[in-house]
Write a protein that binds this ligand. Structure first.
Ligand code: ADP
Ligand code: MG
Length: 661
C-alpha cells in the first residue's frame, strides 16, 4: 500500500511559492485502478512523480508498505523505482539506440539479472503485449501504439507492485488508447495502477476509482479510504546493479552513434600521444645507442689528467700520483703507428698502444682469445690486425676462432718507416714480438697491437729519439666512490695543478644533460597537449550528456542509480581514451617505421659505410611498456577528464530531464 499524508510540493514562483501538490492525504491499494483526473496544471504529474520517488523535495510523508520513506537515500529510491514501480510515460520514452527487447530488458539488467535471462523475460513480456516479433527492431521502426505497448512491457517486466502511467494515451488515438488502458486494467488485479489522464470518457469506462485534483488538492475521490487491506510483502532492498557490460554497451552505442565526432575527437587527442610516443622512442633509441657506442671506446674507470695550463705533466708528479692508493694504474697515453709486413709482403700500418692492465680495459663486447701478454716480448693483437697479418679481408664472428688459430704464437716483426715528403727516409727495426692473444669484436675497425707499457716507451724513444710524452696521462682508479674521487680531484687540482676528467662520465653527462633538456621540452609539449585533450574530452562528454539528457531521465525513472549514470559516461570517456591511444599507437608505429626507414637510408647507411659498420643506430626504438603505460594513462586520464560532466549528469533532475524535448 502507498500512503501519503499531508503531502505538499512547493515550487518557487518568483518571490512566492505555488503548491503544485497541496496537503494531500490519501492511499492507494493493491487492486486499485485509479484514474487521477484534473486540468492541466492541477498537480497530477507532480503527485505521480512523488509517488514513484522521482521527486523527493516534499513536505509531509510517503509510506510504502508501512515503511516511512522520509529518510530514503537516492540509492534507496532508485531501488524502489527499479523493483516496485513501473513507469509509463506519455512520450513512450524508449531508448532509441537500444533494440526493442533491450529496452524492455533494461530494468531487469539494472537489477543485476544476466543478459540472456533478461532477454527471455523481456521477450515473454513483449509476447504478452503482442509485439514479440518486433523484439529485434529499433524503437524508431514502431508506430505510436506499438511504442507505448513496448513501454508498458518495460514497466511490467520486473513484475512491480505499482504501475504509474502519466497520460499514457495522450499521444494515441481513442481506439489505441482504449486498448492500452484495457491492458493496464487487466494487470491491475494484483497491483496498484495509477493512471493520470484528463480524458473523462476513459476514466468513466475503466476506472475502479477516480481521484480529481484541482490546484494541487483532491476535490473528489470515489475510493473508499477506510478499506485497509493487510499488507503481506515487505520491501526488501536488493541493490540494483548495472553490469559492467551494460555500461560498456551504452558507452559503445553512444560512441558509434556519433562515429565521426568520436573519431575526430580521438584523432585530435591522439596527436599529443603520438608526439609523446615518438619523443620517448627517440630518447630511448638515441640514449642506448650512444652509451653503447661510448662504452666501446671509453672504459668507465679511465680518467684523463692534464695540467691546468696544458703543459706537460712533470714525470715526478706523475710518479707520485701513480703511487697514491686510490690510483690502481697510471701512465702516459703513448701510442705509435708502426708497420709490419703481411703474409703477401705488403706493408701494414697498425697502432701500438699499451697492454690493457686488465681485461675490463678491452673494448666492450670484445672476446679475448688466448691470453694477455705477461712480459715485454709478448703482444696482444686485435682481430683486424690478425686478419691483415694473414691477408684476410672478410672478418666476421664465425671466423674469429679460425683467424686466431692462424696467428697464435707466431712472431711479428715490427718496423717504423720514416717518410718525408712521401719518400721513405729510413726504416727502424723495432724487434720481434710473440702473439699470445687476440681480442675480437665485429665492431672493431682499427688495427691495434697491445704491447707492454715499458716496452712501448722504449720504442717511442727509439723512434723519436726521446719519449714523446703527450700532455695527457691516463689513470685507472681503484674506487667508484664518488666522494673519494671528488677528494682526489680536489687534491690534484690544489697540489699539482692537474685536472682530472672522466671522459665516459663527461660525455654521458653531456648527453644526459641534453636528454634532460629534451625531456623538459617534451614534458611541456605533453602537458599542453594533455590539458587541451582533457578539456576536449570533457566537452565531448558534456555534449554527449546534453544530447542524452532525456535518456538519463528515462534511466533514472526505471531505476538507474547515480553511479550507473556516472558509469555510463565514464565508460564513454574511457573508450575515447582507449580509442585515442589506439589511434596514437597505430600512427606512432607507422611513423616509427617511416622515420627509421628514412634515417637508415639517408643517414645511418652512409655513415655506417664511412665508419666501416661502426655507426649502427636505430633512431626510434618502440617499447611495449611505453605503449602500455600510455594506453593505461590515456584511459585513466580521459576518465578523469570525463568525471566532472559525468557527475553533473548523475545529479540531473530526472523530471526536468524527461520534460526536455
Ligand atoms: P499536471 O500534470 O496536472 O498538468 P503538474 O504537476 O505538471 O500538472 O504541475 C502542477 C503545477 O506545478 C503547475 O502549476 C506547474 O506550473 C507547476 N510546476 C510543475 N513543475 C514545476 C517546476 N519544475 N517549477 C515550477 N513550477 C512547476
Ligand atoms: Mg502532467
Amino acid at each position: 500500500m502507498l500512503k501519503v499524508k499531508n503531502l505538499t510540493r512547493k515550487y518557487k514562483n518568483g518571490s512566492s511559492f505555488i503548491n503544485a501538490v497541496d496537503d494531500i492525504t490519501t492511499n492507494f491499494q493493491v487492486g486499485d485502478f485509479v484514474f487521477v483526473l484534473g486540468q492541466s496544471g492541477s498537480g497530477k504529474s507532480t503527485l505521480l512523480n512523488i509517488l514513484c520517488g522521482l521527486d523527493t523535495e516534499i513536505e509531509g510523508s510517503v509510506e510504502i508498505d508501512g515503511i516511512d520513506t522520509s529518510n530514503f537515500s537516492k540509492k534507496e529510491w532508485a531501488i524502489y523505482r527499479n523493483h516496485y514501480v513501473g513507469f509509463v510515460f506519455q512520450e513512450y520514452n524508449l531508448i532509441e539506440h537500444l533494440k526493442v527487447w533491450e529496452n524492455v530488458a533494461l530494468p531487469l539488467q539494472f537489477q543485476g539479472i544476466g543478459k540472456s535471462e533478461a532477454k527471455i523475460k523481456a521477450i515473454e513480456e513483449l509476447d504478452r503485449v503482442g509485439l514479440k516479433k518486433f523484439a529485434e527492431k529499433k524503437p524508431d521502426q514502431l508506430s505510436g501504439g506499438q511504442a507505448q505497448r513496448v513501454a508498458i512491457a518495460r514497466a511490467l517486466v520486473t513484475n512491480p507492485k505499482v504501475i504509474m502511467a502519466d497520460e499514457p494515451t495522450g499521444a494515441l488515438d481513442t481506439e489505441l488508447g482504449k486498448k492500452i488502458i484495457g491492458y493496464l486494467r487487466k494487470v491491475s488485479q494484483d497491483r496498484i495502477v495509477v493512471v493520470v489522464t484528463h480524458d473523462e470518457d476513459l476514466a468513466s469506462e475503466f476506472a475502479s476509482r477516480t481521484v480529481r485534483l484541482a490546484d494541487g488538492k483532491i476535490i473528489d475521490d470515489t475510493g473508499n479510504l477506510e478499506t485497509h487491506e493487510k499488507e503481506t510483502k515487505k520491501l526488501s532492498f536488493d541493490r540494483p546493479k548495472m553490469k559492467f557490460s551494460m555500461m560498456m554497451k551504452f558507452a559503445r552505442n553512444n560512441i558509434f552513434s556519433r562515429m565521426f565526432r568520436s573519431l575526430a575527437t580521438s584523432s585530435i587527442v591522439s596527436i599529443g600521444y603520438i608526439s609523446i610516443f615518438l619523443l620517448t622512442f627517440m630518447i630511448m633509441g638515441i640514449n642506448s645507442s650512444i652509451s653503447d657506442t661510448i662504452g666501446m671506446f671509453l672504459p668507465e674507470d679511465q680518467y684523463q689528467i692534464y695540467t691546468v695550463d696544458n703543459t706537460e705533466i712533470n714525470p715526478t708528479d706523475l710518479f707520485e700520483i701513480s703511487n697514491m692508493s686510490i690510483v690502481e694504474n697510471a701512465r702516459y697515453n703513448v701510442s705509435e703507428r708502426v708497420t709490419f709486413e703481411s703474409r703477401f709482403g705488403v706493408d701494414v700500418n697498425v697502432s701500438l698502444t699499451p697492454v690493457p692492465y686488465d681485461q675490463a680495459l678491452l673494448t666492450q663486447d670484445a672476446t679475448l682469445y688466448g691470453r694477455l701478454p705477461q712480459n715485454e716480448t709478448e703482444i696482444l693483437i686485435n682481430v683486424n690486425t690478425a686478419a691483415q697479418i694473414r691477408g684476410i679481408s672478410q672478418v666476421d664472428e664465425d671466423s674469429f676462432d679460425y683467424i686466431f688459430d692462424l696467428v697464435k704464437n707466431s712472431t711479428l716483426d715490427l718496423e717504423y718507416k720514416n717518410y718525408s715528403e712521401f719518400e721513405l727516409e729510413s726504416t727502424e727495426n723495432l724487434g720481434s714480438y710473440k702473439i699470445v692473444g687476440m681480442v675480437a669484436s665485429t665492431l672493431m675497425m682499427d688495427s691495434v697491437i697491445y704491447i707492454d707499457y715499458e716496452e712501448l716507451l722504449i720504442m717511442s724513444e727509439q723512434i723519436h729519439d726521446e719519449v714523446n710524452y703527450r700532455e695527457i696521462a691516463l689513470l685507472y682508479l681503484s674506487t667508484e666512490n664518488e666522494d673519494d674521487i671528488e677528494a682526489f680531484t680536489v687534491l690534484l687540482r690544489d697540489d699539482y695543478n692537474i685536472v682530472v676528467e672522466n671522459f665516459f662520465s663527461a660525455i654521458t653527462s653531456t648527453i644526459e644533460n641534453f636528454m634532460y633538456n629534451a625531456l623538459k621540452i617534451f614534458i611541456g609539449i605533453a602537458a599542453i597537449s594533455l590539458v587541451v585533450s582533457g578539456i576536449l574530452i570533457g566537452l565531448v562528454i558534456y555534449t554527449s550528456i546534453i544530447e542524452r539528457i532525456k535518456e538519463i531521465g528515462i534511466l533514472t525513472a526505471i531505476g538507474a542509480k547515480q553511479t550507473n549514470i556516472v558509469g555510463i559516461f565514464l565508460a564513454e570517456s574511457a573508450m575515447i581514451g582507449l580509442l585515442s591511444s589506439g589511434i596514437a599507437t597505430l600512427f606512432a608505429l607507422l611513423l616509427t617505421r617511416i622515420i627509421n626507414g628514412l634515417f637508415s637510408s639517408f643517414i645511418e647507411k652512409p655513415l655506417s659505410l664511412l665508419s666501416s659498420g661502426l655507426f649502427d643506430m636505430t633512431l626510434l626504438t618502440p617499447k611495449i611498456w611505453v605503449i602500455g603505460l600510455v594506453i593505461l594513462f590515456s584511459v585513466l586520464y580521459s576518465m578523469i577528464a570525463g568525471l566532472i560532466p559525468s557527475l553533473k549528469a548523475s545529479r540531473l533532475n530526472a523530471i526536468k530531464a524527461l520534460r526536455r524535448e
